[in-house]
Design a protein around this ligand. Structure first.
Ligand SMILES: Nc1ncnc2c1ncn2[C@@H]1O[C@H](COP(=O)(O)OP(=O)(O)OP(=O)(O)O)[C@@H](O)[C@H]1O
Length: 237
C-alpha cells in the first residue's frame, strides 16, 4: 500500500473519567489512498471526533499507530506536531473557527503569516484562495458580516492556504441548512478531485456517501465497514 496517505493500525484511545474508562476507539485499522474523499459516519458518540483528532495530532492514541504522509503522528514532539498541523494537515470545524475581528482575507492569510510568507505573495495567494471558494467579492468582510455558508467557505480557504495533503473536516455542514450544506460538500469534493488532496469528513449527512470514495463506519469505537483501501482516488489532476 505504498500510495496510502493515511495508515491507522490498531488504534485505541481510552479516556479515563469519573465513571471509569471509556474506549472511544478500540482497535481501529484502515488505510486511505491519496486524492480520495472519505466519509466518516457513525452514531453520536461512536468515536468520529476522537479519530479525526488522532489523525490531526490534536489527540494522542492510547496505543496503536497513526501515520500521515509518512509521519508517525503519535511520536511527534510539540514542534513537529505544530509543523504537521501547519503544513500537511488542515482542519475545518462545524463552528468555522474564524477570528471575529479579522476580515475574510486576513483569516485566510493567517496560516501563511504563521509560515512567514511575505505580504505580496500572501495577498496573491489569499486572492486566489478566496476566488477558489467563490468569495472573491467578500474579502474585506468580517465573519459576522457573512452567512454561515460563506463563513465555512472562508474556513475552507484558510485550510487550503498551505496546500495540505490531508483535510480533516468535523461536521462541516452541521450548522448549515441542507442546501448550503450541499454546496459546501460539493466544494469539498471538487477540491479533492482537482487538487489531489485527501479529505476525511465526519458527518451525519448520509448524502456524502454518494460522493465518497471510501465510507468509514464507526460503531462504539470500532470500524464496522470501510477498512479496505480501494484501488486509488479519483484525482483528475
Ligand atoms: N475528553 C473526553 N473525556 C472522556 N470521554 C470522552 C472524551 N472525549 C470523548 N469521550 C467519549 O468518547 C466517545 C466518543 O466520542 P466522540 O466525540 O469521538 O464521538 P463522535 O462520534 O464524534 O460523536 P458526535 O457525533 O456526537 O460528535 C464518547 O463516548 C465520548 O463520551
Amino acid at each position: 500500500m505504498s500510495d496510502a496517505i493515511v495508515v491507522v493500525d490498531d488504534l485505541t484511545r481510552t479516556y479515563s473519567s469519573g465513571g471509569g474508562d471509556v474506549a472511544a476507539l478500540a482497535g481501529v485499522t484502515f488505510s486511505l489512498p491519496a486524492g480520495a474523499l472519505i466519509a466518516l459516519v457513525g452514531r453520536s458518540g461512536s468515536g468520529k471526533t476522537t479519530l479525526l483528532n488522532c489523525l490531526g495530532g490534536l489527540d494522542t492514541p492510547s496505543s496503536g499507530r497513526v501515520v500521515v504522509d509518512g509521519t508517525n503522528v503519535g511520536s511527534l514532539d510539540d514542534r513537529a506536531r505544530t509543523e504537521l498541523r501547519r503544513d500537511r494537515v488542515a482542519y475545518v470545524f462545524q463552528t468555522f473557527g474564524l477570528v471575529p475581528m479579522l476580515s475574510a482575507a486576513e483569516n485566510v492569510g493567517l496560516p501563511l503569516r504563521m509560515r512567514g510568507v511575505d505580504s505580496r505573495e500572501r495577498e496573491a495567494r489569499v486572492a486566489e484562495l478566496l476566488d477558489r471558494v467563490g468569495l472573491a467579492d467578500h474579502a474585506r468582510q468580517r465573519p459576522a458580516e457573512l452567512s454561515g455558508g460563506q463563513q465555512q467557505r472562508v474556513a475552507i480557504a484558510r485550510a487550503l492556504a498551505n496546500a495540505p495533503k490531508v483535510l480533516i473536516a468535523d461536521e462541516p455542514t452541521g450548522q448549515l441548512d441542507a442546501e448550503t450544506g450541499e454546496s459546501i460538500m460539493a466544494l469539498l469534493e471538487d477540491l479533492v478531485r482537482t487538487q489531489g488532496m485527501t479529505a476525511v469528513i465526519a458527518t451525519h449527512d448520509l448524502r456524502i456517501r454518494e460522493r465518497a470514495d471510501v465510507v468509514l463506519v464507526l460503531s462504539d469505537g470500532r470500524l464496522v465497514d470501510g477498512g479496505r483501501m480501494p484501488a486509488a482516488g479519483r484525482h483528475r489532476g
